[in-house]
Design a protein around this ligand. Structure first.
Ligand code: ARG
Length: 604
């Protein structure tokens, strides 16, 4: 854990909650959890909303308080002495409005500038989590739904990692199942020399899949051989294993092209990995009398569903659900994860609901859905094309995600070159710089366009919108960050030194040359917003909603603009303080980008 040399640990909200808790503890014998939230500026900075709830419990049983307002008064009066709180007041039926002191806000920001943004990592109640994301299927297309899962999963993993949670990033690829019989048999038939040809034999794996599926459907002899091939593969026969590995390897290379471009780290543990555990866990279900026979299949009945969860198919084979049960068991017992997060399209919600329920029945997961260890399904809406239908690139049947990513990059490169030519700066840029900026902007645009929406809503994929340099887009935000860098630069700082960020100006604070003063309303508003970073990350993690962080980032850039419009920085009397605010803003923006998987840009 990181050390914190400020009075309290955790977000501003957590620190304030502790003060409120002290007050509540001094007033009420029964434990009361503080209810604290940021509030509208006209009331204060934060509000404590406990009074009404407490009143509803004490009404008629107390003479100490005569109404909710008097409870609010008492909470306010008993708040411990602290540098954090400047004033408190009670409004309406006991709302305690709290205003932070400017001095504390400044100190909180200076602490971050000196000791790094890690100081602002939220404190979460889990230590180890699995994030199961991306998870495409071998030999089938990796489609935009998988892209959305890849982007979302990477962000959630990054936010949890920043919050000091150990994260196992898992790619649960579909690498097992009856389709491999047909693929292997087709490989043997079409490419007798496949072992010498390696990956070259198959070429386009998706076309290969289609062709073998057609043969499977049309040719009964082939179908029989394919079914036998599954048995041979599952019993571990060398030649079949080898062919299977070969096919998986081709898909893997294709998937990796996407992960490399997006700089996404993932560890593959596919469905096949959990296959050996299925028999054992199903025996446990049998012993607990949780499995029944239904139309030839073995099933677990789940309350609230008309259909049962099939765990052994009629033909005796295991399926998606039995694999996921074994996998969940493995993650809980072998890997000791406290929180297991699955990211897929929302269409799979019922599958997750059902096998989570099965795990509750057998006692792997606690009865309460909020208790740990916990399993969460993060459902995603669809990605739509401009025609309002499921998104497809071009008219071709397969979506080549790599081509999609390349197009974003090429478009952003063309825009960048045009912009630089227009303002006569193109000669200052090396090719390598153009490339890396175009990548950051292009891939960043795709990620941000996806993440800024509530994950459950469908969103329309549009290059024109996401690459617009105005509005709530990555392009706008990346450029806003670059402009702040250039402001700081103009104050004669070397950009390389600035990139080292968190310590760049800290010597000024440490030596007392620099100190943040929040006199102007727009300075204070910006300062308050900055210190709310930790609780926003906390909220985004707890509710698995990265769009909350996007909204925070966009608001931050707007507040910065307001500050910069009304407060002169360079050449003003407050130059040092204001430059520190610029730097703090740039650092927080940069951290937001990194958490969203977006590479920051330093100049435009
Ligand atoms: N392979 C699945 C698909 O493409 C997603 C797997 C998600 N993870 C899981 N443990 N079921 O839809």
């Amino acid at each position: 854990a990181t050390s914190r040399n400020i009075e309290g640990a955790g977000s501003a909200k957590q620190q304030l909650s502790r003060l409120v808790k002290e007050s509540l503890d001094s007033l009420f014998p029964d434990e009361v959890q503080p209810i604290v939230a940021a509030c509208q500026a006209k009331f204060g900075d934060y509000q404590c909303n406990n009074a009404m709830v407490i009143w509803s419990q004490l009404k008629g049983k107390t003479t100490q308080f005569k109404n909710p307002s008097s409870i609010g008064q008492a909470i306010a009066k008993n708040l411990p002495e602290s540098e954090m709180i400047e004033s408190s007041s009670v409004a309406g039926p006991g709302f305690v409005n709290i205003k932070f002191s400017n001095k504390w806000i400044s100190k909180h920001i200076q602490n971050m500038l000196v000791n790094g943004i890690e100081q602002w990592a939220p404190i979460l109640s889990v230590r180890k989590a699995v994030v199961d994301f991306s998870s495409p299927n071998i030999a089938k297309e990796m489609h935009v739904g998988h892209l959305r899962s890849t982007i979302m999963g990477d962000t959630l993993a990054r936010m949890l990692e920043f919050s000091n949670v150990e994260v196992l990033r898992r790619n649960h690829v579909g690498d097992w199942g009856t389709q491999f019989g047909m693929l292997i048999e087709y490989l043997f038939e079409q490419f007798p020399n496949w072992e010498d040809a390696g990956d070259q034999a198959i070429g386009d794996l998706q076309a290969f899949y289609k062709a073998s599926k057609k043969k499977f459907d049309d040719d009964p002899d082939f179908k029989t051989r394919a079914q036998q091939a599954v048995v041979k593969l599952q019993s571990g026969e060398d030649k079949y294993r080898h062919a299977w590995q070969n096919i998986c390897e081709i898909s893997r290379k294709e998937f990796d092209l996407v992960y490399q471009r997006l700089k996404v780290q993932l560890e593959e543990k596919g469905e096949s990995f959990y296959n050996p555990y299925i028999r054992g866990i199903l025996e446990e279900f049998e012993r607990n009398n949780l499995i029944k026979e239904s139309e030839g299949a073995r099933v677990v009945e789940i309350d609230g569903y008309d259909i049962p969860l099939i765990v052994v198919k009629k033909d005796g084979g295991y399926n998606y659900a039995s694999t996921d049960l074994a996998c969940l068991w493995y993650r809980l017992t072998e890997e000791k994860a406290e929180w297991i997060i699955y990211i897929t399209d929302v269409g799979q919600q019922q599958h997750f609901d059902m096998f989570f329920s099965a795990a509750r029945l057998i006692g792997w997961l606690p009865a309460s859905k909020d208790a740990y260890p916990k399993a969460s399904h993060v459902g995603l809406g669809l990605v739509l094309g401009s025609d309002g239908k499921r998104f497809r690139t071009r008219s071709s049947e397969v979506v080549r995600l790599v081509e999609l990513l390349d197009e974003a990059k090429n478009r952003s490169k063309a825009e960048l070159i045009k912009r630089l030519e227009d303002n006569g700066k193109i000669t200052d840029w090396t090719d390598a710089e153009l490339e890396s900026t175009a990548e950051a902007v292009g891939y960043g645009a795709i990620k941000y366009a996806d993440l800024k929406n509530n994950r459950l809503t469908n969103y329309t994929f549009s290059f024109d919108q996401m690459l617009n340099d105005k509005g709530n887009t990555a392009v706008y935000l990346l450029y806003a960050h670059a402009r702040i860098c250039s402001i700081i630069n103009k104050s004669s700082k070397d950009i390389e030194e600035f990139k080292k960020a968190s310590t760049c100006m800290s010597w000024k604070i440490n030596t007392g040359i620099g100190k943040i003063v929040l006199d102007h309303v727009d300075e204070r508003a910006l300062g308050l917003h900055l210190i709310q970073f930790a609780e926003i990350v906390e909220e985004a993690c707890s509710n698995l909603l990265p769009n909350v962080l996007c909204e925070y980032l966009y608001n931050l850039s707007e507040m910065f603009t307001r500050f910069y419009t009304s407060c002169q920085v360079i050449g003003s009397e407050q130059q040092e303080s204001r430059l520190l605010l610029c730097e703090a803003t740039a650092i927080v923006m940069r951290k937001c980008f990194l958490l969203l998987g977006i590479t920051p840009v330093y100049r435009i």
